[in-house]
Design a protein. Structure first.
Length: 204
């Protein structure tokens, strides 16, 4: 599983939350610190891995993310991990470099399994409103996005953009982030979400 999105949207945090959830469900995730541009980003995933009780594959600063992903796949297979989650950089200001990097990660994963990646999750920050539409457009050009995660719905953002996203792209929203803690991830329930947007009772 590849996790993509602009810097600061909540990729690393969401990966930590998902890892904890999957581990609780009996899975054995392995995380890959593929945002190798910022030492702090690698460190952050290591912290989340520890918190979730899930191992993390990381390399030296500036390591090749695709090489790391390829190596991690081998380790996952050898050690019996059933979910491999790859964190990625989100340097949208250098779109071509980011596109090349994501394409390379996909290419090396296909060397392991030509049906990989089996999911590409795009993480969107709800507080950016309608700009999220543009981010989906841009990332869809780079990778085959299979699902969305919308974060920061605990703030003032009500997430109305989800409606516009559904209309424009029809990509499923898998979960929403409602805080910075491990347990702050909720499954996305379209009916309850729509009801809360228009201020009616979700049970109706
Ligand atoms: N309030 C709130 N903050 C979040 C949520 N998800 C992530 N964050 C915060 O957003 C910031 C950026 O998150 P991070 O995972 O580093 O983003 P990344 O750059 O995409 O990996 C951090 O301070 C997170 O704690 C959320 O659902 N709610
Ligand atoms: Mg990150």
């Amino acid at each position: 599983m590849l996790v993509v999105g602009v810097n600061g949207t909540g990729k690393t945090t969401t990966i930590g939350k998902l890892a904890a959830l999957w581990r609780e469900e009996g899975h054995r995730p392995l995380l890959v610190a593929g945002d190798t541009f910022r030492a702090a980003a690698v460190e952050q995933l290591l912290v989340w891995g520890e918190r979730a009780g899930v191992p993390v594959v990381s390399g030296p600063p500036q390591a090749d993310a695709a090489g790391l992903a390829f190596e991690a796949w081998g380790r996952a297979a050898a050690e019996g991990h059933d979910i491999l989650v790859i964190d990625t950089a989100g340097r949208l200001h250098n779109k071509q470099a980011l596109m090349d990097e994501l394409a390379k990660i996909v290419r090396v994963l296909k060397k392991r399994d030509d049906t990989a990646p089996h999911a590409v999750l795009l993480v969107l920050d709800a507080t950016i409103g309608q700009n999220a539409l543009e981010q989906v457009r841009v990332f869809k050009e780079m990778v085959d996005v299979t699902g969305l995660i919308v974060t920061k719905l605990d703030g003032s953002a009500r997430g109305g953009v989800v409606v516009a996203l559904a209309e424009a792209f029809g990509i499923p929203v898998h979960a929403v982030g409602v805080g910075e803690r491990l347990e702050d991830l909720r499954p996305f329930d379209a009916r309850a979400f729509a009801a809360s947007l228009v201020g009616s009772d979700a049970a109706d």
